[in-house]
Design a binder for this molecule. Structure first.
Ligand SMILES: [Fe+2]
Ligand SMILES: [Fe+2]
Length: 143
């Protein structure tokens, strides 16, 4: 196993997860409590999920003897709620394709442990994408 290669992909994943935390948490407090309570609540929960992903990736880096990145990946700010949710779906799409790619690298490097971490997190990202789609419908109903 090429440890350096695995540490490098894990750090790329961490950086985009940090960006996602900022994006979702920032939206959480921008959605007004009185008109969009469900969106507000769900955005906070998803932001916390992304924070837990950072923890899992970072723990593995430390286990492999590496140094975890604290660089923030891309954060997209939008002014209207529908555009915010579209930006979130784009973030999840990016994560899904990045992690599918990283799983292939884990297979090449015969790193079963890191692969399992990616597989579990990939399931979360697929679920997040569905939730953001659902939220788009909910904000239409909430008005
Ligand atoms: Fe994530
Ligand atoms: Fe996600």
């Amino acid at each position: 196993m090429n440890k350096e290669r695995i540490i490098e992909i894990l750090n790329k994943a961490i950086e985009r997860e940090i960006g996602a935390v900022f994006q979702y948490m920032g939206q959480h407090y921008r959605f007004p409590k009185d008109t969009h309570p469900i969106a507000r609540e769900l955005l906070e929960r998803i932001a916390v999920d992304e924070m837990k992903h950072i923890e899992k990736f970072a723990k593995r880096i430390v286990e492999l003897g590496g140094q975890e990145s604290t660089t923030t990946g891309k954060v997209v700010w939008e002014t209207d709620f529908e555009s915010m949710l579209n930006a979130d779906i784009a973030v999840e799409d990016e994560a899904i394709s990045m992690y599918q790619e990283h799983i292939k690298i884990c297979e090449e490097e015969r790193d079963e442990k890191t692969k399992k971490i990616y597989e579990a997190i990939l399931e979360d990202e697929i679920r997040h994408k569905k939730l953001f789609g659902l939220l788009k419908e909910i904000i239409k109903i909430e008005g």
